[in-house]
Design a protein around this ligand. Sequence first.
Ligand code: CTP
Length: 400
Amino acid sequence: MSEIVLGVSGGIASYKAAELLRLFTESGHSVRVVPTEASLHFVGSATWEALSGKPVQTGVFEHVDEVAHVRIGRSADLVLVAPATANILAKAANGLADDLLTTTLLTARCPVMFAPAMHTEMWDHAATRANVETLRTRGHVVLEPAVGRLTGADTGKGRLPAPAQIYAAAVQLLEGRTHDLTGRHVVISAGGTREFLDPVRYLGNRSSGRQGYALAEAAVSRGARVTLVSANVTLPDPAGVDLVRVVSTGHLRQEVLAASADADAVVMAAAPAHFRPIDVVDTKIKKTLDGTAPEIRLVENPDILAELVAARASKKPVIVGFAAETGDARASVIEHARAKLARKGCDLLVVNDVSDGKVFGHDDNEAVLLGADGTIEEFPFGPKSDLAHLVWDAVVHRMD
Ligand code: CTP
């Protein structure tokens, strides 16, 4: 059980901190809520006291004998400010100490995380950018806000990430996992593409998108800005990612190449169809009276992974491919995979043995990570989320 200080600053999203608080308390952590005075306009002390089971104060002049500002900061295992307004980021960056939350931030010696929420203009302002940079340089974690509906009718970057996502990131920090993807942009493709023959039929494959989605969630929890290019996946949208939906390989190629222009890493976890029909008809193909099967002529799709490799000028972005392989009379799974890695020219290849179809649609995976530098790392059967972290460990190692 950890001692968590949940700082709540004055934004409309402060009501979401109540759900965050519950996620911590229900998993056995002890939470002390330290709201700012302004935040009480949105959610009152009674809510925090009832949900945390602890008294709440905003200033340093109540219960002075307890010297709360020093005690709370010193005993915390994590200080998390959610939502963090532009104002609290500015105060923290400059070391101001005019209430209990800001003094706690100065006395804390544990990891500190901010989950900002504000209007896009405020997030983009040079002053906020500089404050975020200062806090990150100091070793604090500042999550990227999510993109979506803001307070009014407007939408943009600045939404508080979903409580479950903030919770997941906080747990990673408590477990000592570093935010080694902070400030990085990563692009992940997931799912299987479809190539239509007519308005109702298509050529597709069995990819569920689970491994790609696990990679996206892991990257968010490590602080990355994530673009997830998703092909026909029916899983719930992961929080805090820029989600781009595509159908065909052509569409996937277009979106991956566009998003990769400023990327630090690209992970091609999707299964693009290798071929597409030459002729796509806009009316449904009918059965013939004499039972002759229609002839479907195919043309090869562009290889996106190979294009990404060819397009990069230096070692940025780090490029990761996936290979679903089966061994045969000619070579083993690893031998085929080594040849594929050399052919594609990417930095890492995540190899799945799909001889008996075992990885499709499950939450677990078994893989081998091959590096272009000759490294080989085995991932024994385990959750796709664990494999995702192993892939990011290997990617981070190859950045810069
Ligand atoms: N890939 C791609 N573009 C394609 C086909 C595949 O970028 N048109 C990517 C996949 O996302 C994966 C990697 O290439 O990361 C390996 O794909 P795979 O189909 O296993 O390999 P290929 O060498 O393309 O084909 P084969 O299975 O015939 O060896």
